[in-house]
Design a binder for this molecule. Structure first.
Ligand SMILES: [Zn+2]
Length: 294
């Protein structure tokens, strides 16, 4: 029996998303080696499973204060980040030897299972508008729990770097036109554009099979400047981490999807594995860390 013997049976089904994504159970089991390596697993929130029971929204922390945060799976039609993080676990164990890391690989398992952008209540699971002064109360229960966790449930140091792996499923909004294919990034936080990790991620994408799209306008009306959107204010958890926790750089990666499998999911996962290596840096250029107390 594994630690996940209690997962609802939906977790063992292959979602019919059209991109070949694996069952949720495969992601959860790929993360299990973090625990014997000394990482703490926290159940931040849950979502209802269709067949009864609940789908866990989990975070993993190896040491505090946290020097770097990895986020994936916020939107259900954007699986590449969560899958890449699951595959990156052996490297995370190594990276965690010198860094305090917070991993939140799959913040919307319900969306992953159903191939739907938002959570069951129709809102973004990590919407942070209530803590950014834009709305009086959390958009949904997951947003309340996830934002409370990053603000109060874990010690993230100011200046910690953040990588949030999204994708941009152009096809999910019928009136959204974005020609071309490839990637783009958001970079947020004090001095974030000048940070070596921002440059490394940007260069990595530009050399990848999903090179930077130089110009265009996203469905949210943001204009790309040479593949980058700087300091956006979108009410996301990325904005929260930059503005309320002092994280920098906060790097959000997107790649343009014109269908669930175009470009192929396997290719997107490979690119995101390279992006994580670039984010952390090669020997001699790694992310800086603070002294750890736990
Ligand atoms: Zn997204």
């Amino acid at each position: 029996m594994t630690a996940d013997a209690g997962l609802p049976r939906d977790c063992y089904l292959s979602p019919s998303a059209g991109d070949g994504r694996p069952p949720l159970s495969e992601i959860f089991s790929a993360l299990e080696p973090l625990l014997p390596a000394g990482w703490r697993q926290i159940e931040v929130a849950t979502q209802p499973a269709p067949s009864g029971g609940s789908l866990p929204i989990r975070a993993y922390v190896n040491a505090e204060p946290v020097d770097a945060v990895l986020i994936g799976g916020i939107h259900g039609r954007e699986p590449a980040g969560a899958l890449a993080m699951a595959r990156y676990v052996p490297r995370l164990v190594e990276r965690g030897g010198s860094l305090g890391l917070l991993l939140m690989p799959l913040l919307n398992p319900w969306g992953y299972l159903h191939h739907i952008r938002y959570g069951p209540s129709g809102a973004s699971v990590s919407d942070s508008d209530h803590l950014l002064g834009h709305r009086p109360s959390p958009a949904c229960p997951e947003a309340a729990a996830i934002t409370a966790f990053v603000m109060n449930g874990v010690r993230i140091r100011p200046g910690a770097a953040v990588l949030d792996l999204h994708e941009d499923p152009v096809y999910e909004a019928p009136d959204y036109q974005f020609e071309g294919s490839g990637s783009y990034i958001y970079v947020t936080g004090k001095g974030a554009m000048a940070h070596p990790a921002s440059r490394r991620v940007r260069d990595c994408l530009d050399r990848s099979r999903l090179p930077l799209v130089r110009e265009g306008v996203t469905r949210f009306g943001e204009r790309l400047a040479d593949g980058v959107i700087v300091d956006t204010a979108d009410g996301s958890i990325d904005e929260l981490l930059a503005r309320r926790v002092g994280c920098s750089p906060v790097i959000t990666v997107e790649n343009l999807l014109h269908a669930p499998d175009s470009p192929p999911l396997a290719q997107r996962v490979e690119v995101y594995l390279d992006v994580m290596e670039a984010f952390f840096g090669a020997p001699g250029e790694e992310l800086p860390c603070a002294p750890h107390s736990s």
